[in-house]
Design a protein around this ligand. Structure first.
Ligand SMILES: C[S@@+](CC[C@H](N)C(=O)[O-])C[C@H]1O[C@@H](n2cnc3c(N)ncnc32)[C@H](O)[C@@H]1O
Length: 399
């Protein structure tokens, strides 16, 4: 049976940098039009690097037995869609491109590494660290380990690595994970003159466009920096590895974050320690559970109490949310609607629009930013500051 052509756009592999300005202008127009009912001020637009802006990428590995060739591919609309060969990847960082060449040569040159491999994932940092995950349809044995060690050694000569750093190689197959090195990298981001360190885990969330992440952090710091904020507390939902709270810690008395992923919470705690941000507390909790408990006035949260923090004592006036594409659930909209200031970071303008429409009953958009996190694609990252209007229902984070 013939399959219908995919409605998904083709993967972006090579870019025409001459089109950068026009693609960005089209996004600016789209966002301005979509939100004109709620925001008529200037849009703060943050441009991306035109090439080599993405720090991580995943490729399928294709074995063409007839041509006796093995190479990376990407698909349009899932693994049954059209297949595109990838020999070099304009979208990925230069370091990522260097590693791709070494990995594919290593796989082609070793029967052991090549046997039943189906995917390679690359994760690099602006600071020059990297890890590569190789995914297999077979059990990985000592023979594989020995060959993977050789590959790892060869990766250590890739241009652009931090001095002395050798990228990790991680082998994965069903119920098996073999780590040669570490299963994380440490990114160092220059943010307002500070050098912030972030552990980023294999398979965990990190902002894909490193340069854009710096803009997003500096924008959030700028718009929450005032004398009053220093005497109250920040609540952050969907905090990942503590990316925003750690960067914004100097603006607040305390920053309290929640996140559903156990491994991201562990990374956040490592990052708090590493950056010496003693006023940041993070615990594992879904945003839905946190919001519903807070709204029903159950303000005892054991996971925070274990860190010596009584949430009932917190004086929250600002909340930051950075949800997945689905946006905020109804309880979380209700909860954030009680705050004086809402910082909303969004990777999906449609769900952002729905949430802003609901929040506009009590809040006004005072700042709107477009971060070009995903150049040449239809995806857009936005940042919005919403301020509670005079006379709107109570403050202090819902007490
Ligand atoms: C867009 S990422 C933002 C992470 C972080 N702000 C950053 O800049 O790295 C969304 C995060 O929400 C987490 N998440 C997804 N669903 C969640 C939920 N229902 N409750 C809490 N966190 C959730 C994901 O694990 C992920 O870390």
């Amino acid at each position: 049976m013939a399959t219908a052509p995919s409605t998904e756009p083709a993967p972006i592999i090579h870019v025409d940098t001459k089109t950068y300005d026009s693609q960005l202008a089209a996004k600016v127009e789209r966002v301005k039009t979509q939100f004109r009912e709620y925001y008529s001020g200037e849009l703060d637009v943050f441009r991306s690097k035109k090439k080599h802006y993405r720090m991580r990428a995943e490729f399928r590995i294709w074995h063409d037995y007839k041509e006796e060739e093995t190479y990376f591919v990407m698909f349009q609309g899932g693994s049954r869609g059209s297949k595109y060969r990838v020999d070099d990847f304009d979208v990925g960082s230069e370091l990522l491109n260097g590693l791709m060449q070494k990995v594919i040569e290593g796989v082609r040159g070793s029967e052991v590494l090549s046997k039943k491999i189906f995917q390679a994932n690359f994760h690099t940092t602006l600071s020059g660290q990297a890890m590569v995950s190789l995914l297999y349809h077979r059990k990985l044995d000592d023979e594989w380990k020995a060959e993977a060690e050789k590959l790892k050694e060869s990766l250590g000569t890739t241009e652009g690595l931090e001095k002395g750093h050798v990228p990790s190689v991680i082998g994965r197959s069903r119920k098996q994970k073999v780590v040669l090195g570490t299963d994380y990298v440490v990114e160092t981001l220059p943010v307002n003159g500070k050098h912030l360190k972030y552990q980023q885990l294999e398979g965990g969330f990190s902002q894909p466009n490193g340069g854009m992440c710096i803009h997003m952090l500096e924008w959030a710091i700028k718009h929450t920096s005032n004398e009053e904020s220093k005497s109250h507390d920040l609540l952050e939902l969907y905090c990942g590895n503590g990316n925003f709270s750690i960067a914004m810690a100097d603006n607040f008395k305390m920053c309290v974050g929640t996140e559903v992923s156990k491994t991201s919470v562990a990374a956040a705690k490592y990052n708090i320690e590493e950056n010496g941000t003693g006023n940041v507390f993070i615990a594992r909790c879904s945003s839905e559970d946190f919001s519903s408990a807070w709204l029903s006035n159950k303000k005892s949260f054991k996971r925070f109490e274990q860190q010596g923090l009584d949430l009932a004592e917190c004086d929250f006036k600002t909340v930051l949310v950075d949800p997945p594409r689905a946006g905020l659930d109804a309880d979380t909209v209700k909860l954030v609607g009680k705050f004086d200031t809402i910082v909303y970071i969004s990777c999906n303008p449609d769900t952002l629009h729905n949430n802003v429409r609901d929040l506009s009953e009590t809040h006004t958009c005072t700042q709107f930013a477009l971060f070009d996190q995903f150049p040449y694609s239809h995806h857009v990252e936005c940042g919005v500051i919403l301020k509670k209007r005079e006379g709107a229902p109570c403050s202090n984070g819902g007490s």
